[in-house]
Design a protein around this ligand. Sequence first.
Ligand code: KG4
Ligand code: ZN
Length: 360
Amino acid sequence: MYVLGIETSCDETAAAVVESGERVLSNVVASQMKTHFRYGGVVPELASREHLRAIVPVIRQALEQAGLGYRQLDAIAVTQGPGLVGSLLVGLTFAKGLAASLGLPWIAVNHIEGHIHAVVLEERQQGREVAFPALALVVSGGHTHLFVVERPQPDAYIYRLVGKTRDDAAGEAFDKVAKLLGFGYPGGPLIDRLAPLGDASRVPLPGTRMKGNELDLSFSGLKTAVLRHVRAAGMDEEIAARKQLFAAGPVKDLDAILAVTPQATLDLVAAFQQKVIDELLDRALKAAEDQPVQSIIVSGGVAANSGLRKRFASIPYPVCFPTLALSTDNAAMIAAAGYPRLLRGERSDFSVKAQPSLAL
Ligand code: KG4
Ligand code: ZN
């Protein structure tokens, strides 16, 4: 079964063709980073406009790379939510139009379910299967959720939310701290690059103790602690220098970045990243102890973090990550999440609406 996946929930226009939920034939992502960079975050109106511009060429490219024509597709899977409503509408409306004109079945998919299925897909591509029940940690710019995922039958998945962030998502914390330090946007990938150059033990930062559900997370206190540290350390000048360096767009040249980044700042970056990973690891391990899981799945943009991958690789559970391309937002994961539903005969109809706060 050839499933065309379409994903436009935030600032990436993506289309992919996945064969039978196990083989990625194409995975095209058009990033809007250049558009949003100078605003230091995603501007919803601009995102919708960019999706409109990109959707047709991105879908054409996905088909071309897969070596398929529209007529060879068997079904369409598209993100329904959560996400920005204007962005979601572009993909959803396009999918409906395509399904109507081609007479194809289609299915609306939850973006978070997509992140989980990125891992199922990746394992199948490697000839393996995720062992269920699994604990899924979805960590991205918009979400930080812990689910217990069960698969009572081969193509039926049940998701039970056991913990989530009460304020910022982990990726959001990375982006906000990077912005505060003058490192441009999005900050996650750069913090990942700089953290190994610092000594985390030189900057003590607080963890969080949660009242109520101890599997919940919170990153606002950590963010405030970084802000306090920045103020106390008098970092205004170096931050201004970095802001100037990053004003024109993303900077790849590490030496140029290090020229305006003292060792003490690298230590702070390392400490921040370590704390985020400590928190995620702590909750994942607690959840895995509470629930009889066979494996842990980590997915979403922050799952691309190399420090996080290293730490999770050392715990006494089988841990599965998607490749980097399947970690951040993409449409192959949407096609993969739609596939078992389509197999079971589930179909969406044209009354389905975009849902910015769709829960899983
Ligand atoms: O999953 P994603 O592409 O979009 C959302 O659904 O949010 O995740 C994007 C987020 C951003 O906050 C970005 O800073 C973060 O993932 N991110 C990273 C890394 N790569 C992307 N955070 C830490 N380390 C990385 N290597
Ligand atoms: Zn995402």
